[in-house]
Design a protein. Structure first.
Length: 284
């Protein structure tokens, strides 16, 4: 049979006694507190610098100094279609600046939805305009030709080098009166080719077009967007409610103002929908 024996453990008299070290412990706790507070500050600042909690039109208008022309919810449902119809209507009845013929869509950051906004805006405008052209002025990472299922070239870069304008315009299947001028063949100096008089000449050559919607690269990253916006009749600032930073938006606004761009309003993508704004859409 097994027998259990009680074992008594006594401290080793040869070891040093353990005593509290208040100074060391206090310094450790203080350092840990600083680290936690610093991380919390960084996280809080990152979230407060976004527009995610600012879907209030009045707050966005106060921040940008521009009217909010459309609040576009996430997705591709009826609410999105209606948001771009609202944008189209607001552009038709602009006060003071008149109805612009060429509109640049500019945003501070990538993935804010410029290209996403350009296509439904143009498609919506076709319903009230005789002819609409989407111009892919993002020569760095063009996407419009892929989304509209057209060839990439000949396109804008070719027209800027003297190619015939008509050969650089492509029809969009399924949407009569809508044309796209894709980015064209790759170029090395995008700022130089877009900032010269050639781009303005391309816009002027589209004199029979009632509306030209111009896509651009991220304005806070590349100067191409500033060069394009300065030569268009009007500029729309495109913000993403979840990813656009306020500081980047403010810096872009200041840069656009310095270049002489005519800012007319704001489009907010990924806007939080209000329940009262979705009346009637559940059955569509």
């Amino acid at each position: 049979a097994f027998q259990l024996k009680a074992v008594t453990i006594f401290p080793d008299p040869t070891e040093d006694p353990i005593s509290p070290r208040p100074l060391r412990d206090s310094l450790f706790v203080f350092a840990l507190t600083l680290i936690v507070a610093g991380e919390a500050f960084v996280i809080a600042r990152a979230f407060s610098d976004r527009f995610a909690r600012t879907n209030d039109v009045e707050q966005i208008t106060s921040f940008t100094g521009l009217p909010v022309l459309a609040m576009v919810p996430r997705g591709r449902g009826a609410e999105v279609v209606e948001a771009f119809r609202t944008l189209r209507t607001n552009l038709m009845f602009l006060e003071g600046a008149g109805r612009p013929r060429t509109i640049a869509l500019v945003s501070p950051n990538p993935a804010a939805g410029k290209s996403f906004s350009a296509i439904p805006l143009a498609e919506s405008a076709v319903a009230v305009a005789a002819s609409v052209v989407i111009i892919a002025a993002d020569l760095r990472r063009p996407v419009l030709h892929t989304r509209l299922k057209t060839a990439r070239e000949p396109g804008l870069s070719n027209a800027l080098r003297g190619a015939d304008i008509q050969t650089c315009l492509h029809k969009v299947d399924g949407t009569p009166n809508l044309l796209v001028m894709p980015s064209g063949s790759p170029v090395t100096d995008t700022v130089g080719i877009l900032g010269g008089r050639a781009f303005r000449s391309v816009l002027d050559s589209l004199d029979t077009t009632e509306l030209g919607v111009v896509d651009t690269p991220p304005g806070a990253v590349y100067a191409d967007a500033l060069a394009v916006a300065a030569q268009c009749d009007a500029t729309l600032l495109v913000l993403d409610a979840k990813s656009t930073r306020r500081r980047a938006a403010r810096q872009l606004l200041e840069s656009l103002e310095r270049t002489g761009a005519t800012l007319i309003g704001v489009v907010v993508n990924n806007a939080t929908r209000n329940r009262r704004d979705t009346y009637g859409y559940d059955r569509v």
